[in-house]
Write a protein that binds this ligand. Structure first.
Ligand code: DGY
Length: 325
């Protein structure tokens, strides 16, 4: 197995790198930046496995550059909208992702954003640092109550369900959208599956957990903001292009919704300029899975997928088992 060459497009926590090194010859991008397209194409040549990031575009050109000996591209993310899966399948290359291990970290961050937006935490922090706090006052910096409100979950997969579960601790009523009903989830949380329009118009807090696909691109835009309550708070920890950022900036600027907590962006790492001057949005730099425990576990999971593919097995988190045929 040691003859197998594995390329990591970014440094990941050491534990996972050491684990891979026990079995393979590992090369890691030494620079703390994403590789440019031409560098990536050069680096994957002759590799048996490649561990990619969510901002590495994996398409036919890259797969062909890797060569026919390559068995797997293991994505260091649960989302895989950066990968052309049919192109990989056609070439007999497995694609894997890292589900489950980042569920709680991402759900926690969605909650951090929700609470921060509802209780104006970042506004308060800036005010304190500027020395503008003159003392407690009855009408000073009023936010909105979270407890007992309606939480709308767009996309009740693993992360969406974990966010909803936390909501029950706040006595919230849960509405959700999903392709099919989730009986277990409904039994545990009392959640009710509704159409998206009902969710948008009824919810006090709306949290997005749907993958980015052609069908979910700009799922939330001007029409949808128009349907939300004026007091609604929108949270997005899924993928930026699910929300039309210009429409979001307009909705926040005009008070069509009350606030937002955003971790992902349409043209990451760029941010829509119109959002930057607004005080009713909390902005985070794509930190959903950013805890050391989670990033280590993502690395170990990606490594297990790579090792399985190199042994000639279908990887445990394989997204295209038909690539084996
Ligand atoms: C994912 O895994 O898709 C996350 O966005 C990474 O934090």
């Amino acid at each position: 197995m040691k003859e197998n060459k594995v390329y990591l497009t970014r440094m990941i926590p050491e534990k996972a790198v050491r684990y891979l090194e026990e079995y393979c010859s590992v090369e890691v991008n030494p620079d703390d930046r994403p590789l440019r397209r031409e560098e990536l194409i050069e680096k994957v040549k002759g590799m048996h496995a490649v561990l990619t990031m969510l901002n590495d575009g994996v398409d036919a050109t890259l797969l062909d550059a890797a060569g026919p000996q390559c068995r797997i591209f293991a994505n260091y993310a649960v989302g895989y909208n950066n990968i052309d899966i049919p192109a990989a399948t056609k070439r007999g290359v497995f694609i894997s992702n890292t589900p489950d291990v980042l569920r709680d970290a991402t759900a926690d961050l969605a909650w951090a954003l929700m609470l921060a937006a509802a209780r104006r935490i970042t506004e308060g922090d800036s005010l304190m640092r500027s020395g503008a706090f003159t003392g407690w006052a009855p009408l000073f910096m009023l936010g909105v109550e979270v407890t007992g409100k309606i939480l709308g979950i767009i996309g009740a997969g693993r992360i969406g369900q974990a966010v909803a579960q936390r909501g029950t601790g706040f006595g919230m009523k849960i509405l959700y959208t999903a392709n099919s009903s989730k009986q277990d989830f409904e039994n545990k949380t009392g959640a009710r599956r509704v159409g998206i329009d009902e969710l948008l118009s009824q919810s006090d807090f709306i949290s997005i957990h749907t993958p980015l696909t052609p069908a979910t691109h700009h799922l939330i835009g001007q029409r949808e903001f128009g349907m939300m309550k004026k007091t609604a708070i929108l949270v997005n920890t899924a993928r930026g292009p699910v929300v039309d950022e210009k429409a979001l900036a307009e909705a926040l600027r005009t008070g069509s919704i009350r606030g937002a907590g955003i971790d992902v962006y349409e043209r990451e790492p760029e941010v829509e300029k119109g959002l930057l001057g607004l005080s009713n949005i909390v902005l985070c730099p794509h930190l959903g899975s950013a805890t050391l425990d989670t990033r280590e576990n993502m690395g170990l999971m990606a490594a297990e997928n790579i090792l399985a593919a190199l042994r000639g097995e279908i990887p445990p988190q394989c997204l295209n088992p038909e690539a084996a045929e």
